[in-house]
Ligand binder design. Structure first.
Ligand SMILES: *Cc1c(COP(=O)(O)O)cnc(C)c1O
Length: 459
């Protein structure tokens, strides 16, 4: 490749400054420790969002709970709260130990956002939250409700007709479109979802079946976002959900943390100085993993260690944070193609807002090869009978990546974690999968199985 200039430096200069760039550009799996990780209190000095913002989002979701329960019977059990279970995955842990030849100290758990009600992915947190926030703003401004009303009245016909005068638009690789589309259509809005070419066909079909307009673009996600924003801005009755910069989305995701803490308490899992918590989150544009990690840092401070996982072909957050250029650079600048089967993570340019917010809070990022995602997908089905989509499997190798990496020892020493790993809890965030049609899931499973036998044959 010619030595072109990217954000002020040539490729050679970037490689010299960050030797890891060689492997990143080769689409090899890498493990990066964030050298800027700070202690929690210090890192927070630079961040404008705080605990109050998260509490405000929590309270809003509580106000909407009666409305959600009325519209989505699957949330009856949780009284209209959209929440997932967490389960220990000891058999998967043993399978990972067998595959890697490494022993994973501590316990391994899976946070099943793959099975969140309504839209079956982590987007059922942020995406739905943002639609509800906008709905509350409109409803309050127009005198439809007061803050202490039972919000289930918003399901009445006259209110649906009111919301039908408005449009919601969003650019999406798939799951965000599903969340925004399903919730917006239920409330009564007109909805347009702008989708990238890598979005799965069944996701487009499902949206259309719910009355959502799907516009397809022959290019990647950034283009879909750009076009969607342009069209929405031109229409005063339209609201655009901005996945790249939205604080509301981020806060919607962050509410996950307090709920997770309650679940860990119920399981008698302690998180403190002696019992570290490690969390592994698949990352696309960054809002989902960033929001969840931010919420966790607020609660557990220096005792939680958050790692993002990205596909080797789409490490946008990694190059953004490592170079400190955030959204000013993309994976394309470094010769990568952003082509991955992990459609939820197929993002070439990360959110600058999230990258900057996580700048001193994130412990690190690792990348995963697409084939490995399928191997993990099938292994998880074999060991735990839990079905995830490929994107959602990116967190699964996290504990192995951590334990097996030469850089980890330095990290453990620096954070005074040596000798405490036996007490660790590893939470892998499973971000999507329960909406995948059976035949598509069967195809994923078979693909993973044949890759496993191929690997076994090659030794
Ligand atoms: C969207 C998504 C993610 C990542 O969320 P971002 O906000 O894009 O970083 C991870 N996994 C799945 C399945 C997703 O749909």
């Amino acid at each position: 490749m010619k030595d072109k200039i990217i954000a002020g430096k040539t490729i050679t200069e970037w490689k010299n400054k960050y030797p890891l760039m060689n492997d990143i550009m080769g689409a090899n799996e890498v493990f990066w420790i964030n050298p800027k990780l700070e202690n929690f209190e210090k890192a927070m000095e630079k961040i404008s969002l705080n605990e109050e913002d998260v509490k405000d989002a929590e309270a809003r979701l509580l106000r909407f709970a009666p409305f959600i329960e009325k519209h989505f019977p699957e949330t009856y059990r949780t009284n209209g709260i959209i929440e997932s279970m967490i389960v220990e995955i000891n058999d998967m842990k043993m399978a990972l130990e067998e595959i890697s030849g490494l022993e994973i100290p501590g316990m391994m758990l899976l946070k099943l956002d793959s099975h969140l009600p309504i839209s079956g992915s982590i987007k059922a947190r942020g995406g739905i939250y943002e639609v509800l926030k906008h709905t509350e703003d409109l409803a309050l401004a127009n005198g439809l409700i007061a803050l202490d009303d039972d919000y289930s009245i918003l399901a009445e016909k006259k209110h649906r007709e009111f919301f039908n005068r408005y449009t919601i638009q969003v650019g999406s690789t798939g799951n965000l479109g599903l969340s925004i589309g399903i919730m917006s259509a239920k409330i009564g809005y007109k909805v347009i979802v702008h989708m990238s070419s890598d979005a799965k066909k069944w996701k487009k079909d499902m949206l259309r079946s719910k009355g959502v307009t799907v516009k397809e673009y022959d290019s990647d996600y950034s283009k879909a976002v750009e076009e969607g924003r342009k069209l929405s801005d031109a229409d005063p009755m339209s609201y655009f959900v901005d996945d790249e910069n939205s604080k509301d989305l981020f806060l919607g995701y962050s509410v996950a943390a307090a709920r997770l803490k309650r679940q860990l308490d119920d399981l008698a899992i302690t998180v403190d100085d002696e019992h570290p918590l490690f969390v592994y989150l698949p990352c696309g544009v960054g809002g989902g993993p960033g929001g969840a990690a931010f919420g966790l840092k607020l609660l557990f401070k220096d005792n939680v260690h958050c790692f993002f996982a990205e596909p080797t072909h789409s490490p946008c957050m990694l190059i953004g944070m490592m170079t400190e250029k955030h959204s000013d650079i993309s994976v394309f600048d470094f010769g990568l193609d952003n082509t991955t089967e992990a459609d939820g993570l197929a993002v070439g340019r990360a959110s600058g807002f999230v990258g900057k917010t996580m700048d001193e809070l994130l412990s690190g990022i690792y990348t995963v090869d697409d084939e490995i995602l399928y191997v993990l997908l099938s292994t998880l089905i074999n060991s735990e009978n839990i079905m995830l989509e490929p994107s959602a499997c990116a967190g699964l190798p996290g504990p192995v990546e951590l334990i097996g990496n030469e850089k980890t020892l330095g990290y453990l020493q620096k954070h005074n974690l040596e000798g405490k790993m036996e007490n660790a809890a590893h939470v892998v965030w499973a971000t999507g999968g329960s909406m995948v049609p059976d035949d598509v899931m069967e195809g994923y499973y078979q693909k993973g199985r044949s890759l496993i036998s191929k690997i076994l044959q090659e030794g």
